[in-house]
Design a protein around this ligand. Structure first.
Ligand code: MGP
Length: 194
């Protein structure tokens, strides 16, 4: 205890001062496209925004910047493990895929995004190692949220992640999983569903 009654840790810092360290580092990204870009032009506006590893930084960034309701047009926010780029081309994403869910309205996207962010940084997934990150996509037609994973061919891991994700975002509708390799050839057929 310090003289004012606050708990003191071994480094001498009071509990109020010590930041709450996360298990790993995470990076927020954003991509703001005036209109959808494809092929070589895709990713021209993709920016790495901020890397953090404490609960306090997370809340500050989320409260002030990374709310999908702040996005307009064609734009994306991403939260990925630090060191993984939110691209099919990243070595850790290259053999992966994504679970996707269309959002019913802006409030739906906002809630699902926040629940997913908290589950990721709070390490709530059993197969956390299999996950790359999450993308909130604002589109004129329909917004969506996608959870990117590493090994698309590992069906058991994808099914476990998909089931857990539905619990976290409180969704009962069927969701589908696409391999990035299929997305590249613009095949929209989902490989798994849960
Ligand atoms: P999108 O933004 O993931 O989907 O990809 P959107 O806008 O919801 O539209 P959808 O109908 O295609 O689902 C849109 C397009 O951007 C893709 O078809 C690709 O041409 C390009 N693109 C998207 N991603 C995530 C990548 C990527 O990681 N690498 C490359 N090279 N192109 C990508």
């Amino acid at each position: 205890m310090s003289s004012d009654g606050a708990a003191v840790d071994v480094s001498g810092a009071t509990a109020e001062q010590a930041p709450h360290r996360l298990d790993k580092k995470w990076t927020f990204w954003f991509d703001n496209q005036s209109k959808p870009k494809q092929g070589a032009a895709w990713g021209n506006n993709l920016r790495e925004a901020y890397t953090f590893d404490t609960v306090e930084e997370f809340w500050c960034l989320y409260d002030h910047v990374f709310k999908p309701s702040k996005l307009t047009g064609n734009a994306d926010f991403h939260l990925f493990k630090s060191g993984i780029e939110p691209k099919w081309e990243d070595p850790q994403c290259a053999n992966g895929g994504k679970w996707s869910i269309a959002s019913r309205g802006k409030a739906g996207l906002e809630n699902m995004w926040l629940e997913t962010l908290m589950a990721l940084i709070g390490e709530q997934f059993d197969d956390a190692d299999e996950i790359c990150g999450v993308v909130a996509s604002v589109r004129p037609r329909q917004d969506k949220l996608s959870l990117w994973t590493k090994n698309a061919a590992n069906e058991a891991a994808q099914m476990s992640i998909g089931r857990k994700w539905k619990e976290i975002i409180d969704v009962t509708d069927k969701i589908t999983y696409n391999f990035h390799d299929d997305s590249k050839s613009r095949t929209t057929k989902g490989r798994y569903s849960v």
